[in-house]
Design a protein around this ligand. Structure first.
Ligand SMILES: CCCCCCCCCCCCCC(=O)SCCNC(=O)CCNC(=O)[C@H](O)C(C)(C)COP(=O)(O)OP(=O)(O)OC[C@H]1O[C@@H](n2cnc3c(N)ncnc32)[C@H](O)[C@@H]1OP(=O)(O)O
Ligand SMILES: Nc1ncnc2c1ncn2[C@@H]1O[C@H](COP(=O)(O)OP(=O)(O)OP(=O)(O)O)[C@@H](O)[C@H]1O
Ligand SMILES: O=C(O)CCC(=O)C(=O)O
Ligand SMILES: [Fe+2]
Ligand SMILES: [Mg+2]
Length: 339
């Protein structure tokens, strides 16, 4: 073999060995588990960071599927405290600044006494010390850091109290990607933690995910054309086909799923008489940066969010989307950088 050809061969061999450290190739969809790579160098990862928290198996699972369930992560005591505080908020015994208390569209215009029976979710509880404890739990942050890195911000908070469906199917949450709501990137450094506050299965409307869809792109979202009505800002993927292979996540109280903001997910009707509760927080690396969503598929949600915020705050001027997010975000670990 002449030197030139040997050089080419050498490059091919080295190229192969160093392949996992080249992001463009790492991002290449792997059809099987990463261990099937005929390569002795350590596998490389795009969606998780080096850490000593996740086992190799867990890491590969998230890389391939875009979600990871950790059993029994949040204690019963903590969950009881979140329940108590939620109840106090619903009964208007406390009114933390910034909190959004939302009713199901099916009962939005009815006159009821304040109680947990008329609230389908509370959002933006970053100023409620008791609920915000969830976002700062070390056992949760330990996992979050595997996706975001050490500088962590809580960007969006929710306690979802999925009501019994009235028959109009409004308790469903259409299939969507959470990134549709977020004007910051990169998406791989954003993660949602969602904790079941009780046993959740298909009967009371569990999370439904399309595994692996985090490897795709952000799809256009809008209101689904559902006869019984759709809740405000509950956008869904426009071209969602109900026949795609879905996975229903059956979870016990305290189980927590971490998922990527491009993962397509939703939740079904609550066919029980009770309320189905879950608490969640979207985290991002404070190293992420804001983007302009003008002229993109996210413009529709930007317009809705701006309109609601201007109405709620009684502003008489325009407001920038990133300022809304800057105002809501809270550092929970490390330092605040860009967000
Ligand atoms: C701050 C928002 C953050 C958004 C970003 C999310 C990021 C998420 C990222 C993660 C992914 C997250 C994925 C997600 O979760 S997406 C879902 C996110 N949803 C929201 O953020 C909405 C939050 N909710 C609100 O802002 C309020 O509750 C609204 C504005 C809805 C009502 O306001 P308020 O409670 O003060 O009531 P009002 O008495 O003043 O009524 C005003 C009008 O609104 C009507 N109405 C009432 N309820 C509903 C309803 N359910 N559906 C439809 N309409 C409803 C009502 O009939 C009345 O209509 P009209 O009489 O004028 O005709
Ligand atoms: N016909 C449909 N068209 C579009 N999206 C749907 C349809 N049916 C359900 N979905 C969505 O699929 C997800 C999971 O729904 P799922 O099928 O688990 O619940 P369900 O239809 O309420 O109950 P079930 O199928 O268990 O009777 C939810 O996001 C729901 O909004
Ligand atoms: O039904 C749920 O609890 C999940 C809702 C959801 O995906 C969301 O609010 O982004
Ligand atoms: Fe979601
Ligand atoms: Mg169904």
């Amino acid at each position: 073999m002449d030197l030139k050809r040997a050089g080419v061969r050498m490059q091919v061999v080295l190229g192969h060995l160093s392949r996992p450290s080249v992001p463009a190739i790492v991002a290449h969809p792997l059809s099987g588990p990463a261990s099937s790579l005929a390569c002795s160098s350590p596998p490389q990862f795009q969606y998780t960071l080096d850490n000593d928290v996740l086992s190799l198996e867990q890491r590969k699972f998230y890389e391939e599927n875009g979600f990871l369930v950790i059993k029994n992560l949040v204690s019963d005591d903590d969950i009881q405290r979140f329940r108590n505080e939620f109840d106090r908020i619903c009964r208007k015994e406390v009114n933390p600044p910034g909190i959004v208390v939302m009713r199901d569209v099916a009962i939005a215009k009815m006159d009821y006494a304040p109680s947990e029976k008329v609230v389908m979710k509370v959002q933006d509880f970053q100023e409620d010390e008791e609920l915000f404890r969830y976002c700062t739990l070390p056992e949760v942050l330990k996992y979050v850091e595997c996706f975001t890195g050490p500088n962590i911000m809580a960007m969006h908070t929710m306690l979802i109290n999925k009501p019994s469906d009235t028959g109009k199917k409004t308790s469903r949450h259409p299939m969507h990607q959470d990134l549709h709501y977020f004007p910051f990137r990169p998406s791989d450094r954003i993660v949602c933690a969602w904790t079941a506050m009780e046993h959740i299965d298909r009967k009371n409307g569990c999370l439904v995910v399309l595994p692996g869809t985090h490897k795709g792109t952000l799809k256009p979202h809008g209101y689904p054309k559902w006869e019984g009505g759709v809740n405000k800002m509950y956008h869904g993927i426009q071209d969602y086909k109900p026949d795609s292979s879905r996975v229903h996540l059956v979870m016990e109280k305290g189980d927590t799923v971490f998922f990527h903001p491009l993962l397509i997910h939703g939740s079904g009707r609550n066919k029980t008489q009770g309320f189905r509760k879950a608490i969640s927080c979207h985290y991002a690396s404070s190293d992420c940066h804001y983007i302009s969503v003008d002229g993109t598929s996210q413009e529709n949600i930007q317009d809705e969010l701006k309109e609601i915020t201007i109405r709620r705050l009684g502003l008489d001027c325009n407001i920038e989307l990133k300022d809304i997010w800057r105002f809501r975000g809270r550092t929970v670990k490390g330092e605040r950088i860009n967000l």
